[in-house]
Design a protein around this ligand. Structure first.
Ligand code: PGA
Length: 261
C-alpha cells in the first residue's frame, strides 16, 4: 500500500472576519495539537493571511497556511491580483487552483487553471488541483470523462518531478455547499478513475503517490466512512471548517483512516 499521509484542508471561502478568523485558527490549532498522522491546512481569505500566520507560528503549529487562489503571472500590471511570490512572502505553503466556485461562479476554464497550477508549483508552493463534475454531467454519466479532462488539462506541461507538491481534490459540484455528500462508493469510484488518469500521464508509481482528497459537504458524521475508502486520502472541507470542533473531528477521522489503510 503506498504511504499517502491523509490531508485535510479547511477552505474558509469568503467567510470570517479578523476576530472570528483568529478565534477559529486558535480553536483549530489547539484541537489538532496532539493529532498525528494527518497533514492539516487552513485557507483563510487573503486579508487575514498574516494574522492567521502569526497565530499558527506563535503556537508552534504544524498547520499549513493556504491561499484560496493565485494569479497566473509572476508580477506586473494586474490590478487586484495576487502573485505566488506575494503569497510565499506571507507564509503561504499551499494554494487551491480551480476550485469549483472559481470555475463556475467566476468562469475559470481548464487552461487558466493549468496556468495557475504551473505558477504555483513553479514557485515551490504546493498546489491543490480541484476537479469535479456538475449535476448535469453526472446525470448524463459523464463524470469520469469530465474529471479525466480536468486532470489532463490541469496538469498539462507539469513535469513528474513536481508531483510531490501536488494534491488533487475531487469535488463534485453538486455536493459542494448543498448538504448532498457523495456516497463513499461514489467518491471511491471517482478517485480511482482520477488515479487511472494520473497513471496515464505519469505512470502507476507516481500516480499511487499523489494524494486525492474528497470535498463536498463533508461533515463530522460522514467523514470517517468516506476517508476509509482506499483511494480517498482526506478531504477539503468548506462549511464544516468554520466550526473548530467539527473541523477537528474531521481531522481526527482522517488521521485514524490513514492508520487503518
Ligand atoms: P462544503 O465545501 O464542505 O461546504 O461543501 C467544500 C469545498 O468547496 O471545498
Amino acid at each position: 500500500m503506498p504511504d499517502r499521509k491523509p490531508f485535510v484542508g479547511g477552505n474558509w471561502k469568503m467567510n470570517t472576519n479578523r476576530t472570528t478568523g483568529s478565534d477559529l485558527a486558535r480553536g483549530v490549532t489547539d484541537g489538532v495539537l496532539n493529532i498525528d498522522g494527518v497533514d492539516v491546512a487552513v485557507f483563510p481569505p487573503f486579508p487575514y493571511l498574516l494574522t492567521i500566520r502569526a497565530i499558527l507560528r506563535d503556537r508552534g503549529s504544524s498547520i499549513r497556511l493556504g491561499a484560496q487562489n493565485i494569479y497566473q503571472s509572476a508580477e506586473g500590471a494586474f490590478t487586484g491580483e495576487v502573485s505566488a511570490n506575494m503569497l510565499k512572502d506571507c507564509g503561504v505553503q499551499v494554494v487551491l487552483c480551480g476550485h469549483s466556485e472559481r470555475r463556475h461562479v467566476i468562469g475559470e476554464k481548464d487552461e487558466l487553471v493549468n496556468k495557475k497550477v504551473r505558477q504555483t508549483l513553479e514557485s515551490g508552493v504546493e498546489a491543490i488541483l480541484c476537479v469535479g463534475e456538475t449535476l448535469d454531467e453526472r446525470l448524463a454519466g459523464h463524470q469520469d470523462i469530465v474529471n479525466a479532462r480536468q486532470v489532463r488539462t490541469g496538469l498539462a506541461e507539469i513535469p513528474g518531478s513536481w508531483l510531490e507538491r501536488l494534491i488533487v481534490a475531487y469535488e463534485p459540484v453538486w455536493a459542494i455547499g448543498t448538504g448532498k455528500t457523495a456516497t463513499p462508493q461514489d467518491a471511491q469510484d471517482a478517485h480511482k478513475q482520477i488515479r487511472t488518469q494520473l497513471a496515464k500521464q505519469y505512470g502507476p508509481d507516481a500516480a499511487n503517490r499523489v494524494r486525492i482528497i474528497y470535498g463536498g459537504s463533508v461533515k463530522p458524521d460522514v467523514a470517517a466512512d468516506i476517508f476509509a475508502m482506499p483511494d480517498v486520502d482526506g478531504g477539503l472541507i468548506g462549511g464544516a471548517s468554520l466550526n473548530a470542533a467539527d473541523f477537528v473531528t474531521i481531522c481526527k477521522a482522517a488521521a485514524t483512516s490513514g492508520r487503518s489503510k
